[in-house]
Design a protein around this ligand. Sequence first.
Ligand code: PSU
Ligand code: MN
Length: 307
Amino acid sequence: MNLPVSLFRIHPEVRRALREDRPVLALESTIIAHGMPYPQNLEFARRAEETAKQADVVPATIALVDGFIHIGFEDDILTRIAKGNGIEKVTARDLGTVLARNSSGATTVSATLHLAHLVGIKVFATGGIGGVHRDAVTTFDVSQDLHILAQTPAIVVTAGAKAILDIPKTLELLETLSVAVIGFGTNEFPAFYSRRSGCALQSRADSAEEVVRIFTAQQQLNLRSALLVANPVPTADEIPQPEIQQHLLKALRLMEEKNISGKSVTPFLLKQLVHLTRGRALKTNLSLALNNVRLGAEIARALRDTG
Ligand code: PSU
Ligand code: MN
């Protein structure tokens, strides 16, 4: 593929691994800059990379820095992203404008997935994907994540979608967009903070090898959509639905009062939930995100072994 080389700064480790066909795992940066408070986010970002390395997988955290696309980077940049000064939230549609004015930004699922695919990374671990917002009927607020998932052939590991979204509508739209969704060790789509959402899934996988078999079949059929692997939060760290629900309603009310809309919605709600649960939501977020890195790394290795 002809990459616009001048825009990319690919870390030598990542470049070497891709060349030698060793497993690489893409990681997003919006979860760091806009999904968690400093300094816990920096600690998380470091642990995520460490977790991948321990599994013999090269981590590739993706972000925009001063007009360049960084695929994997050193600790000084990670720190800059975590501190968040001047770090925009960058979706796929924002890539051009942010790069053209030499700005810096943290990439969401949509932007990260697109960039990972461009450089040949096939597995991506995130926390929660964006989806259809509860008030979508009036606001039309549907995350770009779904659109890019529909057109990018890669494996995306997620703990489901946040309960701040309308999960049944999100699943319906994923079906419309032809994105395969499989539960990892579960028959139900997980709801990010909670292991269960009440929404049944049609398919599941119980091992990384099974995930790879499904993806390989999709690839052989030239399907262009992603394979979404829904991996529930570890039991010890989950916040059951009824409990998170009340905090959520409070957060949604506050959002309305403050007239928050568009890109600020998700970061605002995440922050409120951390506050309302006195930090428990953050602990859960950290746990599920690291859990996804572990599974993503396992899948990346299994993909290499069959490739
Ligand atoms: N869920 C989280 N933390 C996050 C996000 C989701 O728990 O930081 C981020 C992801 O980067 C996701 C984005 O791609 O929010 C979706 O934003 P929106 O709802 O504005 O599309
Ligand atoms: Mn939105």
